[in-house]
Design a protein around this ligand. Sequence first.
Ligand code: SF4
Length: 896
Amino acid sequence: MTHVAPETTGHSEPGPIKTTCPYCGVGCGVLATRGPTGVRIKGDPEHPANQGRLCSKGSALAETLSLETRLLYPEIAGRRVSWDTALDKVARRFSEAIAEHGPDAVAFYVSGQLLTEDYYVANKLMKGFIGSANIDTNSRLCMASSVAGHRRAFGEDLVPGCYEDLELADLVVLVGSNAAWCHPVIHQRLMKARERNPAARLVTIDPRRTATAESADLHLAVAPGTDVILFAGLLDYLRRNDGLDYDFIERHTEGLAAALNAARQTAPSIPAVAAACGLAEGDVSCFYHWFARTPKAVTAWSQGVNQSSAGTDKVNAIVNVHLATGRIGQPGMGPFSLTGQPNAMGGREVGGLANQLAAHLDIENADHRELARDFWRSPRIAERPGLKAVDLFRAIGEGRIKALWIIATNPVASLPDVNAARAALGDCPFVVVSDCEAGTDLSRYAHVQLPALAWGEKDGTVTNSERRISRQRAFLPAPGEARADWWMLAEVGRRMGYGEAFRYRSPDQIFREHAALSGYRNAGQRVFDIAGLSGLAAEAYDGLHPIQWPVTTEMPEGSARLEMPAMTDRAGRRARFVPVAYRAPLSTTDPEHPLILNTGRIRDQWHTMTRTGKAARLNAHLSEPYAELHPRDAGALGILDGALVRLTSRHGVMLARARVTDAQQCGSVFAPMHWTDANARGALVNALVGPACDPVSGEPESKFTPVRVEAYRPAWQGFAFSRQPLAFPDATYCVAIRGRGHWRYELAGESAPDDWGAAARAAGGGDADEWLEFSDPRARRYRCARLSASQLAFCLFVETGSSLPARDWLSSLFGDHPVPEDARRALLSGKPANAEQDRGQTVCSCFGVGINTLRAAIREHGLTTTAEIGDLLKAGRNCGSCVPELRILLQEARVS
Ligand code: SF4
């Protein structure tokens, strides 16, 4: 099932709709056009964030729009009900819980996927009418440390710079950010800027040698968790080397002396910094020298900084060096937090975090509470911060939360210590889940399920990492009975007795109210002020161009930069240096758990893969959960590249495929976060991660989990391909991967069937012109393939070891074409007779170009640039996300 094409509804084909990508915080503009063959997606050349570019995920958006796994109707206890029945039940159960146990007995857990209008209504209902601040968001897991660091430094959550600063800078320092994979369009803009300005330098600070690090002039592979020492050392170096801007400091800041003192004690010398951070002295010295000598410097960071028990201190250690040098809020200068989700910033604007009110008002400030209550004309207002994400789920487990509404997120996959979160949810008396997907890992905990609109159907605004508010517009009809999240929340608010305050008819009405609140009794006190947009009529809202806040009568066109600290001066504040000292991560290794696990994203997947997992081309790059290990660690543990491994922490266990690479630091392991029970059995990385959090921001320490890694030696392992989805209930490890015209399953099990032939026919038998089979009982190896109408329909390869053939060639046989005779003969070997036909693991997902093809082309044609590769193979010529990997292949060829 898919969205109905306009022709079948009698409408003519509409022109492109300008909207924004629903994935990362870059917030790229997208042109979506509905046509007879479906939806066409292009980058919007007029959107300032991406100027027409899209990464691999954005380019594949059209392939994620099918309705086959959508939740389309409200359900209670798994049975379809009317909206009235579902909403009445939600309102009644929340009201009863509040009446019996007080407002803090209920909670909302929301998401950076929500539009600002949804977020605004959720926050208003919880904080202004229910009277609790128990609303928190999955953005807590992603950038709460940046929010806390900004508030400590600027008195408000302010990102001073914009993307253009990364292009204008002569030095860009990327800390804990694999931008090439996680913010690809930013990385592409940065690479283009370096072509224009070859003297510009890029420094990456990351324990791993990522695709981003490969393109850097200097990569500092710091020991995990030591960033505070590195930046404290930089501050002290600037002091010792006449690098401080005392005039700026005097006029606009406070607290320098304490910060300098803390820096001196934390990082007294370059040798001390180098030893503590595991770096060469020369590299530290080079970085400090470059920074001191380069006025136009931007330091951008992401989850590698935020997801730490010292995340807030890391942010302030970075902000301190920019305040000390006066490099902030000017073209090409400043500290810059890159947000993970499409509307993490919008959530911060409306108070989606449990410790904020709305419109950058402070919940601890009685005047601010009164202001919000007065504006909302609400009967009550939350008087203290609510429960942050990890604490919220702990409270659920302790029975303190009687009713919970989870919106657009999947905490049973994404929270740390996920097994504890699952147990807690299982005991919660009343759980409401609103989502666009059915059958997620979360659905089984829901008493009520509410069908939400998905991307392409929703209508509202989002704010990206550079404070740019953009419209996300609908270009598809609402399927089934799916409705907007703001509508559901408002309906529940009305049914709880708060009628007048929730009589919204459209998102523009909500946006005007949000904008008006930001300007209400503001008078320059809060920098977040978009009152200039509070008078937008519906038509003007619909046509709103991307604009960066603040937007006021003095700044009707918005502001690319916050001229810090002039901004804070205007609000009657000084920017503050925050003294920071190194604190070791809260979890420590022991002989049982000697390695450090770092989790993160991969290039072609988004969050729990509910959307990107539908696009075959996105599954071709890295198809399976994996754990990256340094060759020395792998050697000591007897682990081979490509073998299955088991990771064990104090909290849980997961299985993954080993990737042995010296890009990984010795003593550390990296595993991506995307796979869930919905697509992989036994491979949930958040089962390992513990609940330790930053004490200031409440952000979990997802980059530092002590683990043990060992070879996993199941009784059998293998893989299957099928044109139809299959089930392998006896496999302990089972990863389902959607490919072009097929499903692929990676499998392992603790006990093998007595008769593989019978088991294979039971799993994948069916109409067959031919059943090919090979069995070697002594080697405990079995292979079979079924051909139907001369096409490959199913195959299964199993054995005890891990010397199975690569999957790429077999995958390529699942087209609409008959299997050629030479391929038929080679089928059970799993390899083509002619090795050149095996293109290898996909590197360029847009054009399906594999690593073997690329290596051969580079070798045989003497290619030396990515442009030459593009000319010959097209690789890298569409979205450009694979270009960093093409550079690595060229580099490999040069070395060899
Ligand atoms: Fe979407 Fe990619 Fe742009 Fe991020 S960089 S917003 S994922 S197209």
